[in-house]
Write a protein that binds this ligand. Structure first.
Ligand code: GUN
Length: 298
């Protein structure tokens, strides 16, 4: 049996297109563009690539992009002053501080400083608390994108057994909350979980978000399971190559023989993250202006 390949790239393109159209409506209603500010501290090459692609995608979706690149030597006070300035800037609807920050900076203190109404990453205590309470709020992009792919694939998730592998603030915990809200029966597995393969084998839905290359094997999966692979790991280079292949947390080839549907890496969950970030920015913009936004249909 060969699993359906869940095309996150195509889904994300449709979502970005729909957000782009609604962003034009927002501009008609408000007289300004929705705005996203992205803050990058330091020179991490991967983060630089992400920030650049976020900026391009924002402009392509008819929104304003504000990039703030700060040196490695930035102090906590300077970074918090920038966050305050963005909180008070009426042209900025969403603030994203690219993580991880350099070691000398207190990440949580910076995130806590972001106004919850502009927290398009969904990482502030207010956003996290509202998600736990099942209230309207901004939800972290990668888990929300993963949920969209799951609903697109499966429809109603009620009563399905979902196993989330990983308990990070960015993915695992919010993913579990979203699945719970969708009436799935949710297990959160992590590095101390006993008999992980047995736990995973009970799952109709597996979300792998641990950051370990090809850890989840075909024999761990229930036949027909839907597998969402959030991992992005680079393998060591093959002889003669300068870069290794990108792989997920799931052994894709063999898992495809057992799963019912599975996201590839790259081209699965990854492209959803930026598309949902744009969606969150637009949602924040409508709320910040006190305007009504009709739900996106994707
Ligand atoms: N670094 C990697 N992923 C993310 C994300 O979703 N948000 C932020 N702020 N930083 C990240």
């Amino acid at each position: 049996m060969s699993a359906i390949r869940i095309d996150g790239k195509a889904f994300a393109a449709r979502l970005r297109e729909q957000v782009g159209e609604r962003a034009l409506d927002f501009t008609k209603g408000s007289g300004r563009k929705a705005g996203l500010a992205v803050v990058l501290v330091g020179e991490d090459p991967a983060s630089q690539v992400y920030v650049r692609s976020k900026g391009k995608a924002t402009v392509a979706a008819n929104m304003a992009s504000f990039e703030h690149k700060l040196p490695d030597t930035t102090t906590q006070a300077e970074l918090e002053a920038l966050v305050d300035q963005l909180n008070n800037d009426p042209t900025v609807d969403g603030i994203l501080v690219q993580l991880p920050l350099p070691d000398h900076l207190d990440e949580q203190a910076v995130v806590d400083r972001i106004s919850p109404s502009k927290d398009v990453d969904g990482l502030t205590p207010v956003s996290t608390g509202r998600l736990a309470l099942g209230l309207n709020g901004l939800v972290p992009c990668t888990p929300l994108g993963s949920l969209m792919l799951l609903k697109d694939q499966l429809g109603d998730l009620s009563g399905l057994n979902a196993v989330v592998i990983g308990r990070s603030i960015l993915v695992g915990k919010p993913m579990a909350q979203l699945l719970l809200d969708a009436n799935a029966t949710v297990t959160i597995a992590h590095s101390r979980t006993k008999d992980l393969p047995d736990v995973v084998r009970r799952a109709d839905i597996v979300v792998a978000a641990v950051g370990r290359a090809e850890m989840v094997k075909a024999e761990w999966l229930k036949p027909g399971a839907t597998v969402i692979d959030v991992g992005i790991n680079r393998l060591p280079p093959e002889p003669g190559a300068d870069k290794g292949r990108l792989v997920g947390d799931v052994a894709y080839e063999e898992a495809s023989e057992v799963a019912g549907a599975i996201t590839p890496v790259p081209g699965g969950v990854g492209p959803m993250t930026i598309a949902v970030l744009l969606r969150n920015t637009l949602v924040a913009a409508y709320r910040n202006e006190g305007l009504e936004m009709t739900e996106l249909t994707l």
